[in-house]
Design a binder for this molecule. Structure first.
Ligand SMILES: C[S@@+](CC[C@H](N)C(=O)[O-])C[C@H]1O[C@@H](n2cnc3c(N)ncnc32)[C@H](O)[C@@H]1O
Length: 461
């Protein structure tokens, strides 16, 4: 007898949709009424509120849809749809179809095909499929017009992400099985991945990017797009830790890219200085006046240093900040990063890791659960890495060095990332890199319970 997942009964799920729909409609009506009466409706805040309610309804509807989806659908028709979504979006992105359609009004298939220099019949079939996903629409006179979704393809961030997902993400992920066949199951080597099969390279992804900076551009654009989304907003960096408690401290931002996180930290405390470390290509970009993102008023308190986190940490600082670094690396390599960092850390120094902390299966809404699992698999196919739960974070610290004490895990409301605060205790013994067994002293030592409060996940990362 198959296990039927407890998704709740149909009436409850449908009632939730009805309530959410009612609240959303009422809010939209109130906003419209305020506009008609020329009453000041509070602008972006109102738009945000409506979006939030729309998202709530979308999530309730997904839960209902999931409950009523026939079991065979996901494995058959649903799968065919996923394949054709990717095929159509890949075509649309490659031949920049969105740019050929006027933002207002419509265009005939013939004129559009001529504009794009493609075959009209092929294009029409692709677009008619995409229309089933609300991307473009056919007007009553048989012409092509934009929908809200297709218009988004004219925006930098979303079109870059769409191009990256269809051209890179999809072909890379589809090589996952080949990577396992070639290198075996459970490899922890970052150069034995689906990415390596896809590119035919023996370089790990970030090393490949260092050697092929133009190829890396898309990735960095996608990262910068994600950083602007609410769940990865810099505000969470400011709120996750009491930066004002630091006095004339130096923060080393390891793998800090162009320094965007450090800039957020600097804004919280005028006595703090930051050193951003990253690979040579990135530091060149960060310090080149034409690509630097550092505003004049913060330039005296931030510096950049070429440093690979595989090498001993050259700076002895009060605080080390590492955001979205460890999720790119499996246990074996994360331990190596920590060992190299420990070379520069003095007792009492703090390591602030801002990264994902996954929750046990089933603790999140279906939509959030799915987003979390997507990210985890992205790490698997790109790097043989993973998103960690609290136990896996504890394991990483305990297996690296018994002096690394996890103080607390905090998740600011609305943040996809948690702040994991770790202190280097003054202690007796440092484990060597080759040892991987958790020593008895650590097993017996009561660990503080981490606080994983509100947990939200972004669209992807
Ligand atoms: C996922 S990005 C995170 C960037 C930034 N910390 C943030 O939160 O947006 C990973 C960063 O690690 C850097 N990186 C990769 N390998 C590195 C290495 N060996 N040493 C230092 N930085 C490295 C990459 O260049 C990139 O900037």
């Amino acid at each position: 007898m198959a296990f039927v997942s407890p998704l709740g009964n149909y009436e409850t799920l449908a009632a939730t949709c009805l309530i959410d729909a009612g609240v959303l409609s009422a809010r939209i009506k109130a906003v419209e009424a305020a506009k008609t009466a020329s009453i000041e409706s509070s602008g972006p805040q109102t738009t945000q509120e409506v979006k939030k309610l729309q998202l709530q309804l979308f999530e309730s509807a997904q839960a209902l849809l999931q409950a009523v989806t026939p079991p065979e659908y996901t494995l058959t028709q649903g799968l065919s749809a996923s394949i054709m979504d990717l095929t159509a979006f890949r075509y649309i992105s490659r031949w920049e179809v969105a740019k050929g359609v006027p933002a207002e009004g419509s265009v005939t298939y013939k004129d559009l095909a001529t504009r794009l220099k493609v075959d009209e019949s092929q294009m029409k079939r692709i677009l008619r499929y995409a229309m089933t996903r609300q991307v473009f629409i056919e007007t009553p006179t048989g012409e092509v017009a934009h929908t809200q979704a297709s218009l988004l393809l004219l925006q930098g961030g979303i079109s870059t992400l769409n191009r990256y997902s269809t051209n890179r993400g999809f072909p890379i992920a589809s090589s996952f099985n080949e990577a396992l066949e070639k290198w075996g199951h459970g490899s922890q080597e970052p150069n034995e991945t689906a990415f390596n099969i896809f590119k035919g390279t023996d370089l790990a992804m970030f090393d490949y990017y260092e050697k092929n900076p133009s190829y890396a551009t898309d990735f960095h654009q996608v990262m910068s797009f994600f950083t602007k989304t609410a769940p990865l907003s810099h505000d969470h960096i400011k709120k996750a830790f009491d930066w004002s408690s630091l006095s004339f401290s130096t923060v080393v931002d390891v793998g800090g890219s162009l320094g965007h996180c450090s800039l957020a930290i600097l804004e919280t405390n005028p006595t703090v200085t930051c050193i951003v470390q990253d690979l040579p290509q990135i530091i060149t970009k960060a310090t080149d006046p034409s690509t630097s993102i550092v505003p004049e008023h913060l330039s005296k308190r931030i510096s950049f240093q070429t440093h690979s986190f595989w090498d001993p940490q050259p700076v002895s600082a009060d605080v080390y900040f590492m955001r979205m670094i460890f999720h790119d690396w499996p246990l074996k390599y994360s331990k190596k990063i920590l060992h190299a960092l420990l070379q520069g850390m003095k007792p009492g120094a703090r390591l602030l890791i801002m990264d994902y902390v996954t929750l046990p299966y089933g603790k999140l809404s279906l939509a959030d659960e799915r987003r979390m699992r997507i990210r985890d698999l992205q790490m698997a196919v790109m790097h043989n890495a993973l998103e960690r739960d609290e136990g896996e974070w504890r394991q990483l610290f305990a297996e690296t060095d018994s002096r690394l004490r996890l103080v607390e895990i905090r998740t600011p409301p609305g943040s996809a990332l948690s702040l994991i605060e770790v202190v280097l205790d003054a202690a007796i013994e440092t484990k060597t890199e080759v040892e991987s067994v958790v020593p008895e002293s650590v097993q017996e030592k009561p660990q503080p319970i981490g606080i994983v409060s509100q947990y939200m996940v972004p669209q992807a990362a």
